[in-house]
Design a protein around this ligand. Structure first.
Ligand code: NAD
Length: 353
């Protein structure tokens, strides 16, 4: 088993260090190889995805990533910016299926900005297509038009095969959960998502046990806030998934709690928290490492097929929350404020019992 560890920038190294404690707890120390990505890659190799990092990731069975980005890189040419490294690694490894659960831990119900009854026991999974759509579509650019005015443009496009492969992931995942799948598109306005809907329906014929529904993205955004528990598995394209999964994450209180998995066709995966590099709190021992630790749980579930370790880690996180320990982002009166490092240690203590 080979795990590439890419801490990245900002709070990345701090939160990854805590997740690595969990990997070491399960005796995987010898499986770990570290490499630089994002701003860290640029600093060391003048490349946000250095060749050596990509080679390591290609050889690995799974990748653990912290986060990339810092405002200080905003003036760099686009190809040199940290976020570009992330897009390139997802594309190079063909990680087309991004799984982002939004689970309400009952202990954190008051951290949600929604009423407790709307979000209690919430457990939804957003499956976002990750390597297509307007983020990758060509042509793209900024040109000067005939009126001598600058014009920015991008291209939203999906091929049948791209839609089909994410559809299979979504239907198979729905089969393992409540057998309900909602596909989100904007088929009334955008041709690329008209095709999306057609292919989703066609693929659905292979999964008659799954109840398939469709929703326009604007309505989905509204329903996620109004009545999120109507959803179980949602499948959608790259840009809609980007926005809806951030929105869903907030239902549960803090982005610091939400893991993610990005998988290829063979369940090789890159595991990372849903949040960014949080430069505002980097190096202050304030970051919540639980999303990264829960990403390791997902690594066991999806790449290593080890549901037991997934359960052990998730239960350890619940145990820590249950005992009232909180990082600043999820802190409320009457709970016990601790830092990133101590939160990692508390999870290990719960794993040990
Ligand atoms: P962000 O997610 O980094 O931070 C948003 C807010 O949430 C901040 O107030 C931050 O302090 C807080 N936060 C985030 N993670 C937290 C954690 N684990 N514990 C406690 N608080 C946490 O988003 P941003 O501020 O918009 O972006 C900062 C940088 O991160 C940018 O350079 C952006 O491009 C990059 N980014 C990277 C990724 C990624 O690596 N996958 C994703 C999103 C943004």
């Amino acid at each position: 088993m080979k795990i590439a560890v890419l801490p990245g920038d900002g709070i990345g190294p701090e939160i990854v260090k805590q997740a690595v404690k969990v990997l070491k707890f399960f005796d995987l120390e010898k499986s770990l190889d570290y490499a630089a990505i994002g701003g860290a890659g640029y600093e060391e190799f003048k490349d946000p995805l250095p060749k050596s990092t990509l080679e390591l990731a290609l050889k690995a069975d799974a990748i653990l990533l912290g986060a990339v980005g810092d405002w200080k890189y905003d003036k760099l040419p686009r190809d040199m910016r940290p976020e570009r490294g992330l897009l390139r690694i997802r594309q190079s490894l063909n990680l087309f299926a991004n799984l982002r659960p939004a689970i309400m831990f009952s202990e954190l119900i008051h951290a949600s900005s929604l009423k407790a009854e709307v979000v209690s026991d919430l457990d939804i999974l957003i499956i976002r297509e990750l390597t297509g759509d307007i983020y990758f579509g060509e042509p793209r650019g900024i040109v000067t038009n005939k009126k001598n005015e600058r014009e920015g443009f991008n291209t939203m496009r999906y091929s049948e095969s791209e839609i089909k492969r994410i559809a299979h992931v979504a239907f198979r995942t729905a089969l393992k959960r409540s057998k309900k799948l909602c596909s989100v598109d904007k088929a009334n306005v955008l041709e690329s998502t008209e095709l999306w809907r057609e292919i989703i329906i066609q693929t659905g014929k292979e999964y008659p046990e799954v109840e398939l529904s469709h929703m326009y993205v604007d309505n989905a955004a509204m329903q996620l806030v109004k009545n999120p528990k109507q959803f179980d598995v949602i499948v959608t394209g790259n840009i809609f998934g980007d926005i809806l999964s951030d929105q869903a994450s907030m239902l549960t209180g803090s982005i610091g709690m939400l893991p993610s998995a990005s998988l290829d066709a063979n369940n090789k995966g890159m595991y990372e928290p849903s949040h960014g590099s949080a430069p505002d709190i980097a190096g202050q021992d304030k970051a919540n490492p639980l999303a990264t630790i829960l990403s390791v749980a997902m690594m066991f579930k999806y790449t290593f097929n080890d549901q037991d370790k997934f359960n052990l880690i998730e239960n350890a996180v619940r145990g820590v929350l249950n005992r009232g320990f909180r990082t600043e982002d999820i802190y409320s009166n009457g709970t016990n404020l601790i830092g990133c490092e101590e939160m990692g240690d508390k999870v290990i203590e719960r794993l040990e019992v």
